[in-house]
Unconditional design. Sequence first.
Length: 254
Amino acid sequence: MELAVADRVVLVTGATGGIGREIARAFAAEDARVLIGYHSKEREAVDLAEELGAAKGRARAVRYALTEPERTLDELAAAGDGWADIDVLVTSAVRMMATRRAPGVRFEDVPVEDWEPVVQQNLAPTLRLAQLVVPGMRRRGWGRIALLSSHVAVDGHRGQEFYGAAKSGLHGFARSLAWDTGADGVLVNVVCPGLTLTERALSGLPAAVREQETARTASGRLSVPADVANAVLFVCSGANGNITGEVLTVAGGR
């Protein structure tokens, strides 16, 4: 199967995270040109770019702030070397600011100033970044967008109402944007990982919890970052000719 992403410019936000890093590697393995979007982990981003061929012009680390997507693209355009012509957008960046409630604190008691940034910063920047890259995709007659969601948007989770609302918003956004861009060759999908064994999950999740979650899967195992990366690679490739507006869950059948 020909994935047809060679020489496509791919922007992966949150590319220094456990899942984002594997997504960047998956595209690089198919000879795409990969922009490593990072917020604060510059050294890790630069190292990853070097691993993926920065010296040969195949990868570049680029600072990406959720609150300033315009700045990132303006800087790329100013360089004048084609990196601003983004063919594939993968939004993996996330600002997790879920409120930790004290015992007895109810949903309705969470102050607005605690939850409003969770919704705003996990949803609005993604919509704005899509607005910035879609015009170029339309002009070129080809584009792919993958929005990384969370199992919280599908399964729910106690105490994660506001984060779940933001991630669920991506599902409705993708469905509607697909109608606006599909005839121009731009396909938009959501990839929704279940519990995924990133380094963070492995270090912070008790073994007993991992066993319980594994038992709830049809596949008998939890996902690893490469599972999610491969799903993103497919929906963002030329092999995906007509899948758009969908939510692809990568959770072992849970």
